[in-house]
Write a protein that binds this ligand. Structure first.
Ligand code: G6P
Length: 372
C-alpha cells in the first residue's frame, strides 16, 4: 500500500532514500570518534583472528559486489590474502580451506541457497564462518560461527540498495577490525578511516540531494539498447553493480568492465552515442589510476561514446571530457563505493520507470533465491 511505501511510488525509491539512516544505524555503537571499533558480536576470539592466513568471501548478486569491494579493503588494511568468489561456484571447484581460513558469507536475506551451501562446505573443511546479514535469525547466521548484522531494516524491493550500502559498511568494519587486531603498519590510516566513516551517512545524504539531473539524464536514455560501465580499483565492482541494476530493472543490456581492460576488448563496442558510465577514482590517493581513467574517458569519447562521468567534487580534470558530470563527495579511496553507487541506483530506477517496467518486482527475479 501507499502507506507502507512511505509516500514513495516504489519501495525501491523509499529504500534508496533510507540509505543515510541505514548506514548510520549499521555504524551505531560499533565505532566512536576516538577511532575505536567495538565488534563484540564477532564472537570469534582475537587470538583466532590473529592466526587467520586467508580470507574467503562468498556471496551472490549484489552481495557479491560488496564482497569484491571488501577484498580491496581487507588486503590493504590487514595484509591477509583475500579472495571473493561467487557462492555458486565455490564448493564445486574443491577450494582449499582449513582452520586458519576465515570465510565471510554476505547475504541480505540470509536464505540464499548458493551462499548457504558454500558456508556449509567451508565449515565441513574446518574454516570459521562469519556471516554479514540483514535478517535476524535467518539460516545463514544461524549456521555461522558469528554474525555481524547490517541494520538496513527490511528491504522489500527485489533490487538491493540499502542492504548493499550496509553490507559495505559491515565489510569495512570487519576489515578495520582485523587490521586493528593484527596491528598492521596502516594503524594511522585505520584510525582516520574510522573517523571518516562517521561522516559517511551525511555524505550519502548529500548525494541524494543532487540526483535530479541523474533522473533527467536517465529519461533521455530510455530508448537505448546498451549501457556500458567502467571503473577501476573499488570502482570496478561499482561498475558491475551499476550494470547489474540496469539489467535487473531496465532489462537493458548493460556490462561493467575494469577500465584497464578496455584496450583488451571492450573498446571494440564503442560506437557513436553509446552511453558509457565511468566511475573515476579520487585524484588524491591512488592518483595514477585517476590519470589512467581520464585517458580512458578521452579514448572512448574520441570514438563517439556519450560519457557519463561520476567524479569527486572539485576534480576539474574530467570535466572537459564529460558529456554528463555527476559529482560525489570527497571520501577516502576505499570508501568511495558508498557514495558512487547511489547515482547508479537512481539511474537504473528512473530508467526502469521510463521504460514502463515494474520497479519493485522485476520480471523473472525473486528477492531471495532458496534453490541452488
Ligand atoms: C537475488 C536477488 C539479488 C540479491 C541476491 C543475493 O538474486 O534478486 O538482489 O543480490 O539474490 O541475495 P542475498 O539475500 O543473499 O543477499
Amino acid at each position: 500500500s501507499a502507506a507502507e511505501k512511505g509516500g514513495y511510488d516504489y519501495f525501491m525509491l523509499k529504500e534508496i532514500a533510507e540509505q543515510p539512516k541505514a548506514v548510520a544505524d549499521t555504524l551505531l555503537g560499533r565505532i566512536d570518534l576516538a577511532g575505536n571499533l567495538c565488534l563484540d558480536e564477532v564472537r570469534i576470539p582475537a587470538s583466532v583472528l590473529r592466526e587467520v592466513t586467508k580470507v574467503v568471501i562468498v556471496a551472490c548478486g549484489t552481495a557479491y559486489h560488496a564482497g569484491m569491494i571488501a577484498k580491496y579493503a581487507i588486503e590493504h588494511w590487514t595484509r591477509i590474502p583475500c579472495e571473493t568468489e561467487l557462492a555458486s561456484e565455490f564448493r564445486y571447484r574443491d577450494p582449499i580451506l582449513d582452520q586458519r581460513t576465515l570465510v565471510i558469507a554476505i547475504s541480505q536475506s540470509g536464505e540464499t541457497m548458493d551462499t548457504l551451501m558454500a558456508l556449509r562446505h567451508a565449515r565441513e573443511q574446518g574454516a570459521k564462518v562469519l556471516a554479514i546479514c540483514n535478517t535476524n535469525g535467518s539460516t545463514i547466521p544461524r549456521e555461522s560461527d558469528a554474525v555481524l548484522y547490517t541494520h538496513a531494516g527490511p528491504e522489500v524491493a527485489v533490487a538491493s540498495t540499502k542492504a548493499f550500502l550496509t553490507q559495505l559498511v559491515a565489510c569495512y568494519l570487519v576489515a578495520l577490525y582485523l587490521g586493528q587486531v593484527r596491528g598492521t603498519k596502516w594503524g594511522d590510516e585505520i584510525l582516520s578511516v574510522i573517523r571518516e566513516l562517521s561522516e559517511i551517512a551525511t555524505q550519502v545524504d548529500e548525494v541524494l540531494e543532487t540526483m535530479e539531473p541523474v533522473r533527467e539524464l536517465a529519461r533521455t536514455l530510455a530508448d537505448k539498447n546498451t549501457v556500458l560501465f567502467l571503473g577501476r580499483h573499488v570502482g570496478f565492482p561499482v561498475a558491475l553493480e551499476g550494470a547489474l541494476k540496469l539489467k535487473e530493472l531496465a532489462y537493458m543490456h548493460a556490462e561493467g568492465f575494469a577500465a584497464g581492460e578496455l584496450k583488451h576488448g571492450p573498446i571494440a563496442l564503442i560506437e557513436q552515442d553509446v552511453p558509457v558510465v565511468v566511475v573515476v577514482p579520487s585524484p588524491r590517493g591512488r592518483s595514477v589510476l585517476h590519470d589512467k581513467i581520464v585517458s580512458n574517458i578521452q579514448e572512448i569519447r574520441a570514438r563517439g561514446a556519450r560519457t557519463i562521468v561520476i567524479a569527486e567534487r572539485g576534480d576539474a580534470s574530467v570535466a572537459p571530457y564529460a558529456d554528463h558530470l555527476i559529482e560525489i563527495p570527497v571520501t577516502p579511496t576505499l570508501l568511495q563505493p558508498l557514495v558512487a553507487t547511489v547515482p547508479l541506483q537512481v539511474f537504473a530506477c528512473e530508467l526502469a520507470t521510463a521504460r514502463g517496467n515494474e520497479v519493485d518486482q522485476p520480471r523473472n527475479l525473486a528477492k531471495s533465491v532458496t534453490v541452488e
